[in-house]
Write a protein that binds this ligand. Structure first.
Ligand code: GLC
Length: 743
């Protein structure tokens, strides 16, 4: 008996020690990769102190926020921007830290990406820039930007994707997917209604609900619901009198309740203005606050952040329920388990030729051939022996400057260098400055290294260019805007729709000196072009980053056939645009109040409504070949079962070289209870065709493409009746239509 008791006791001790040992070997749930993220989040949360939870909710340095050191959860490191990975900055400064291993590949601006109209290019872009962010150990990429192009004066339009909510929605999704495939969160910005830089920190935007939902929200909604973005950045401006970074309507009611966003809401840098609102109106992470309660920019003022000590005190006193910080901490922990805590995420790569090649491919697909009279382009190198390149944008580094998207690029091939490299000894390439724009080239301590100083007068520069133009076969003027203040730059809007630095005069004089004139406009915005009748060939190029010059040269000599199309309209004059058809209340606002009086009629929607002919329409872009469209047909056979219908049209390449055409589908509601645009882009497809080849392009849409937002019902509605499927090569170049009924 005694033996039995001893044995039983031994068994109990043994099993106890085994389970103790197992317990010691068992991973805590938050570290168990096999557990669902939500369980890991809750387990981690349960192990955290109040102070640790609050520390998650605000920056600890200019671009980082705390992790949970006691649990081994890493810090969060954010980085600009949408076009490349920003150089390291000092701990608490905007100035760069002068590291020597952070020179990146500069990708084309997002206006260029939008101009490709190619989701495949967007996926390539996102994957590539995500690899660069991952390699630099960043887990939040502060991009892409998707604010709608409401006015051609907005200084930051170059960072965005144009005037149409559908095009922007289609291009933003693959970019996000590409970035996040690297275990890096895309942080879509700036949510919402940040459509100008004038008074951007204070302006209150007045816009009706229908316009908000039909024009300014769709890209963000697609980013969240289709792109599954893991982060979103609040905008600086106010809406309904509340700051967008802590806005109950935008963040709680729309983003969380209507769209089911489960990611992190990040403030713009300095976008937080109030602790209570930041607590209750949907903000999770506060960055860049200029607060020590007294002045801007006090170093290490992080304890004074609105979501730092003030938040902690309210929690400790019980005035604010701990659930308020738990909600934020959950979102931030979820971000960690999607990024820094995911041991399976890839390792990325940085400043590689593959990324340079990707940038070049995107740029070649995004450059737009606006006009090509007498087929002056591509430059025929069998006949052309001497080429004059004129203009500061042929030589000026454009990756430095423009605000937070400024970069320290590993290299940047200028248009002039790209042309010289491509043309080599096939023709002589000479250069004349033509005009002086901005000789500087520095941003946050990053310098372009160029000495663009110039002692000659404007007249001397024009005289030099004109004289040289008389003695060459082809003149290529390369100008446009740049990344200086009041140009294409964050923090300011342009002061004029015209080209700066008297470029119009240079172009006009050159056109008199040589009829074989090509004008390349490099910009992120439309500009006035009063000289189009005197210039046979016009190319819209973009800030194309490291491979700018190689991509442009490839297009100009015809190695690549241009296929890009405009993501925004080029009006003849500024007052042709809705935002500039009313008064200063409509733009840029009066007493920090701006009212979007044009409503849903933005871009081509306004031009159609007012029957104004643009200089170059939305969706316009030529090719070195030609295309013929067949008859448009609509197949509604599946409409009843699937709510879908398919619009088809054949397209034939009638030229003598391969090329790609972007077929655009616009929908017109023939009769509606509310005013609707003449047509709205609801589908597109980029089709590649060999010379002589014909393909049938079929674009399938569902009934949502027929709907409009009813602000009274607060929902999208489709009204029965007649519709038209309009196929166009641009918003103005309509190739065919087909009527159909929806009942
Ligand atoms: C800037 C910009 C935002 C950027 C952030 C960090 O002010 O508005 O786009 O990501 O601050 O630089």
């Amino acid at each position: 008996m005694k033996m039995k008791k001893t044995l039983l006791l031994l068994c109990i001790i043994l099993s106890g020690s085994i389970s103790w040992m197992n317990a010691q070997n068992e991973k805590p749930i938050y570290l168990d990769e096999n557990k669902p993220i939500e369980e890991r989040v809750e387990d981690a949360l349960s192990r955290m102190t109040l102070e640790e939870k609050v520390a998650l909710c605000h920056a600890q340095s200019k671009f980082s926020s705390a992790g949970v050191p006691s649990l081994g959860i890493p810090e969060n490191w954010a980085t600009d921007g949408p076009h490349g990975i920003r150089p390291e900055v000092m701990w608490d400064e905007w100035e760069q830290a002068e590291w020597t291993n952070d020179s990146c590949i500069a990708f084309p601006a997002l206006t260029c990406l939008a101009a490709t109209w190619n989701p495949e290019m967007s996926l390539l872009y996102g994957k590539s820039i995500g690899e660069e962010a991952r390699y630099r150990n960043k887990n939040i990429l502060l991009g892409p930007g998707v604010n709608i192009y409401r006015t051609p004066l907005n200084g930051r339009n170059f960072e965005y994707m144009g005037e149409d909510p559908f095009l922007t929605s289609q291009i933003v999704v693959p970019y996000i997917q590409g970035v996040q495939s690297n275990g890096v969160a895309a942080c879509v910005k700036h949510y919402a209604l940040n459509n100008q830089e004038i008074d951007r920190h204070t302006v209150n935007v007045n816009v009706d609900d229908r316009t908000l939902y039909e024009i300014y929200l769709p890209a963000f909604k697609a980013a969240v619901q289709e792109g599954k973005a893991w982060a979103i950045m609040g905008a600086y401006n106010r809406y309904k009198e509340q700051w967008a970074c802590h806005n109950d309507y935008l963040l709680n009611k729309i983003l969380r309740d209507e769209w089911n966003f489960d990611g992190v809401v990040v403030s713009d840098w300095g976008g937080v203005n109030n602790t209570k609102e930041a607590i209750y109106h949907g903000l999770d992470m506060e960055f860049g606050s200029w607060t020590d309660g007294l002045s801007e920019g006090a170093s290490n003022a992080y304890d004074n952040y609105y979501l730092s000590k003030p938040f902690l005190r309210l929690l400790q006193s019980g005035e604010v329920d701990v659930e308020e910080v738990n909600k934020k901490a959950r979102n931030i922990l979820r971000l960690a388990f999607r990024t820094t805590m995911d041991k399976n995420r890839p390792w990325g790569s940085f400043a590689t030729q593959a990324h340079g090649d990707a940038g070049r491919k995107i740029a070649e697909e995004g450059i737009v051939l606006l006009q090509n009279n007498n087929n002056l382009l591509p430059i025929d190198l069998t006949k052309t022996k001497k080429i004059l390149v004129v203009g500061e944008n042929a030589i000026k580094a454009m990756t430095v400057g423009g605000g937070s998207s400024s970069l320290k690029a590993k290299y940047e091939v200028s248009p002039l260098d790209g042309l010289k490299a491509r043309i080599g000894n096939q023709a002589e390439v000479i250069y004349a400055r033509g005009y002086v724009g901005d000789a500087s080239g520095e941003y946050n301590g990053v310098v372009s290294g160029q000495d663009l100083s110039e002692s000659r007068s404007a007249d001397e520069l024009i005289a030099e260019a004109v004289n040289l133009a008389k003695g060459v076969d082809v003149v290529v003027f390369i100008g446009g805007l740049n990344k200086s203040d009041f140009q294409d730059s964050e923090g300011n809007d342009r002061k004029s729709y015209d080209l700066p630095y008297s470029q119009d005069k240079v172009i006009t004089e050159l056109s008199k000196a040589n009829k074989n004139l090509v004008v390349v406009n490099i910009s992120g915005n439309a500009v006035a072009m009063p000289w189009t009748k005197a210039v046979p060939a016009i190319v819209q190029s973009w800030y194309n980053g490291s491979e700018s010059g190689n991509a442009l040269a490839s297009i100009l000599v015809g190695d690549a056939n241009p296929s890009g199309k405009l993501p925004f309209s080029f009006p003849v004059r500024l007052t042709d645009i809705g935002a500039h058809s009313f008064d200063t209340e409509c733009y840029p606002g009066v007493d920090k109040e701006v009212t979007y009086k044009e409503g849903i009629f933005v871009g081509y929607r306004w031009l159609d409504k007012e029957k104004i002919k643009p200089l170059f329409p939305f969706g316009h872009g030529l090719s070195y070949t030609t295309f013929k469209y067949g008859k448009v047909s609509v197949d509604k056979s599946n409409m009843g079962a699937t709510d879908k219908l398919t619009v088809s049209v054949s397209v034939t390449n009638t030229g003598n070289r391969a090329g790609s055409e972007i077929v655009q589908l616009y929908i017109k509601d023939m009769k509606s209870s509310l005013p609707r645009p003449e047509k709205e882009l609801k589908g597109f497809d980029k089709v590649s065709l060999k010379a002589g080849e014909t393909k049938t392009v079929s674009i399938t849409i569902d009934k949502s493409a027929l709907s409009f937002f009813d602000p009274v019902k607060h929902e999208w509605v489709v009204e029965e009746g007649d519709f038209e499927a309009i196929i166009g090569a641009s918003a103005s170049d309509i190739k065919g239509k087909a009527s159909f009924k929806f009942q």
